[in-house]
Design a binder for this molecule. Structure first.
Ligand SMILES: NC(=O)C1=CN([C@@H]2O[C@H](COP(=O)(O)OP(=O)(O)OC[C@H]3O[C@@H](n4cnc5c(N)ncnc54)[C@H](O)[C@@H]3O)[C@@H](O)[C@H]2O)C=CC1
Ligand SMILES: O=C(O)C(=O)[C@H](O)COP(=O)(O)O
Length: 383
């Protein structure tokens, strides 16, 4: 079999090369000619998978190593009898790490504890749902807006988008991009929602750029630059709006989910789905193929207050400031569109919180509880 895979899918050789010739390509420019003779196509979110790309090809299975599927015309694939799989939840906790890192940064800037702010999460699936679990475990009050879930599970525990914007201090958007149906999310945050934000609120957008009306957001920020927004996803990636970029408090090039762990999980999920599709045995597991030195550790030797310990461990794993600065460097050196993609391609290895083993030298119960709630693995002398 011939397998065409995006160059940014790690361990694709280790998982797939036994099944045929593996060709690596840059995803954004994948062309009809390049995939025509492929049997299996493995992509990321930057490749539009539709009739235009695949009509007349011999592709029998498409996998996207991402949670999002808005770049794939699933209806057309199914009409053609082409198998399809995505990687639900693969990097969900990495997006949570990103949000926690941003919340800690704002807490530090404002001299506030994490628990001083109410966080509103819009879209509570694998990403938003797990984020809410972690934040609540940290003692943070959360509001949740997820109308499809509210319809299925009953409205208790869910709130409308308008009420969430009114009551929350942080509005964190994690919806997929859905253009049709009962709950479309294209420009889910309308001009009216954006105008309703208070200057002291924080908006985080880490689902898909098109879920927020960017022109309205830009207009609001031009009038009210003190409103803080964290933008990881954008309309028209990679050629994003430079003026909006400059107005954002934190601006990153769609890397909220870019941990090595999340990406590798995505590759393994595609391997499993591909094996099922072709009736092949699942012989490989991520555990056998992971690089050495998989787990890292750190120790907290003194009696740090819980919030300080959390900040220390979070920054050891992931510091959102690094990515904001790095993005600015790439933009200056290569221009916006090229810098955006190049930073994603050369992204430094980042690990999920759960891979950091934190050794507590003191049996500080409160520190242990906070770190575990945030997702770190703890070793400490128990009382
Ligand atoms: N920035 C990044 O690096 C990443 C971004 N993503 C994006 O995050 C999205 C969400 O990921 P998951 O939570 O894993 O997906 P999911 O499918 O598990 O959950 C999506 C949730 O959004 C809810 N939803 C749908 N329409 C809604 C609406 N109109 N209003 C409010 N909620 C609505 C659904 O009911 C569901 O609970 C992905 O589709 C992807 O686009 C995912 C991973 C990384
Ligand atoms: O999983 C998703 O959905 C994402 O948004 C990915 O983290 C984005 O990564 P790329 O596919 O754009 O490399």
């Amino acid at each position: 079999m011939r397998i065409v895979a995006d160059e940014n899918i790690p361990l694709a050789e280790a998982f797939f090369a036994d099944h045929g010739e593996l060709v690596r390509l840059p995803g954004r420019e994948m062309s009809r000619e390049q995939v025509r003779d492929a049997d299996i196509l493995l992509v990321r979110s930057v490749t539009r998978v539709n009739a235009e790309l695949l009509e007349g090809s011999r592709v029998k299975f498409v996998g996207t190593a991402t949670i999002g599927r808005d770049h794939v015309d699933e209806t057309w694939l199914s009409q053609q009898g082409i198998g399809f799989a995505s990687a639900p939840g693969c990097n969900a906790d990495s997006v949570g790490d990103y949000v926690i890192s941003a919340l800690l940064l704002f807490g530090e800037q404002d001299g506030m504890a994490l628990t001083d702010r109410v966080v509103g999460v819009v879209g509570a699936g694998n990403v938003g749902g797990r984020l809410v679990e972690r934040l609540r475990a940290l003692g943070i009050r959360c509001l949740v807006c997820d109308p499809p879930r509210a319809e299925q599970e009953g409205s208790e525990g869910f709130t409308s988008l308008e009420a969430l914007i009114e009551k929350a201090d942080v509005v964190s958007v994690h919806t997929p991009l859905i253009r049709e149906g009962d709950h479309p999310t294209h420009h889910l945050l309308t001009e009216a929602h954006i105008e309703a934000l208070r200057t002291d609120q924080i908006l985080i957008s880490a689902g898909r750029g098109d879920c927020v009306d960017e022109q309205a957001l830009k207009a609001r920020l031009e009038r009210d630059p003190d409103l803080r927004v964290v933008l990881d996803v954008w309309e028209n990636e990679p050629d994003i709006d430079e003026a909006l970029y400059r107005l954002a408090a934190i601006a990153t090039p769609h890397i909220a989910g870019y941990s090595l762990d999340g990406k590798l999980r995505g590759t393994e999920m595609l391997y499993q789905a591909m094996s099922r599709h072709f009736g092949l045995p699942v012989r490989k597991q991520l555990g056998q193929l992971k690089p050495e030195n998989w787990l890292r550790r750190m120790a907290i030797s003194r009696r740090a207050p819980p919030q300080e310990a959390l900040l220390l461990c979070t920054r050891t794993c992931y510091d959102v400031r690094r990515d904001t600065l790095l993005f600015e460097r790439y933009r200056r050196q290569y221009g916006m569109a090229k810098g955006f993609d190049l930073m994603r391609r050369e992204y430094p290895v980042r690990r999920e919180f759960s891979t950091l083993r934190v050794e507590l030298k003191h049996s500080a119960g409160a520190v242990r509880e906070v770190l575990e709630s945030a997702g770190f693995a703890i070793r400490s002398p128990r009382k």
